[in-house]
Design a protein around this ligand. Structure first.
Ligand code: RIB
Ligand code: CA
Length: 311
């Protein structure tokens, strides 16, 4: 059993990661913490509660996190995720209460309680993780690891940016937070655009139609969440679900160790995850990130099909 805290900016693909996480017996979600990203924090936090109620989850604390990035002006991705952040879905207004603890409070509390039993999972900007590390600099050595959906590492032909030519959205939205996290010593596994946008690992139109043809309440939600993306992009990237799948079964993934830092001031490159690849500069123990570079496509897509089909 892997104990996780899910830090999220729901978000269509975040919503799929929720469905995957709560339909995976390998995981125990200790808390959900929200961060501004795809949509503003108020919408994202409300979406997290809507999703938990849809999934019938009543015993997992949902805690509020950062409403703005550390330094950068707040942005969003509503053009992709829709005004609500959950595509065309119309989930009822949530009734559940927000836990009084902040995102940082619960991250530090669960790290003290669970130690190496705890994996932090960040599928949005890294603001909450950075603030938790600043609040308690021993956090990086307390937990097992941090798994992120984040970065574009130029390690596959698909490893370019989506927020700009070289930066992935979660890093780009709060690059200062990412720089703090990447330089904190916390063990990081990064699932980046290098594999999440790989055509072999995406949700194809055919796969989507197969899932939604099952016509149950979960697949009806998946349809409402994703149908616009499928029409616009003939399928879509499973960014956050790929990070969640790594925690469920890391044996499907190949990683490589690199020294990675974050560009915070480049006019064209702000938010870039810069990989040290100069052979004479690579010092083994300087590597700070395990970057996912390959996925066993049939196992990964099989897991997605199985776990988000509501059966
Ligand atoms: O770049 C993709 C990432 O940014 C995903 O986590 C998506 O939900 C957005 O947060
Ligand atoms: Ca996300």
């Amino acid at each position: 059993m892997k104990h996780i805290i899910l830090d999220t900016d729901p978000g269509i693909d975040d919503a799929l990661a929720f469905i995957l996480a709560f339909n995976s017996p390998e995981l125990k979600v200790e808390a959900v913490t929200t961060v501004a990203g795809n949509v503003n924090h108020m919408k994202g936090h409300r979406n997290a509660k809507k999703l938990l109620e849809f999934l019938g989850i009543t015993d997992v604390p949902v805690c509020e996190g950062a409403v703005i990035p550390l330094i950068k002006k707040l942005s969003h991705a509503e053009e992709f995720h829709g005004k609500t952040g959950l595509g065309d879905s119309e989930l009822p207004e949530p009734m559940m209460a927000t836990d009084p603890r902040s995102a940082v409070d619960i991250i530090l509390e669960k790290a003290n309680e669970l130690g190496k039993e705890l994996t932090l999972v960040a599928i949005g900007p890294l603001t909450n993780i950075a603030v938790a590390i600043l609040a308690n600099p021993t956090l990086p050595e307390k937990v097992d690891k941090l798994v992120i959906m984040g970065g574009a590492f130029n390690l596959t032909p698909y490893g370019h940016g989506n927020a700009n030519s070289v930066a992935e959205f979660n890093i780009w939205l709060d690059p200062e937070a990412a720089k703090i996290v990447f330089n904190s010593g916390i063990p990081i596994v990064a699932v980046g655009l290098d594999t999440t946008t790989h055509p072999d690992y995406r949700m194809s139109r055919e796969m989507f139609e197969g899932i939604v043809s099952r016509g149950n309440r979960t697949t009806d939600l998946v349809n409402d969440l994703c149908k616009d993306l499928v029409e616009r992009f003939n399928g879509f990237s499973l960014h956050d679900p790929q990070a969640m799948a790594y925690i469920i079964d890391p044996t499907m993934f190949t990683t490589e160790k690199y020294k990675v830092d974050v560009e915070c001031s480049g006019e064209l490159t702000r938010g870039m995850t810069v990989v040290e690849r100069r052979l004479y500069r690579i010092v083994k123990d300087e590597a700070n990130v395990d970057v996912v570079v390959k996925v066993e496509a049939s196992r990964f897509l099989g897991l997605i099909k199985e776990r988000i089909s509501g059966e």
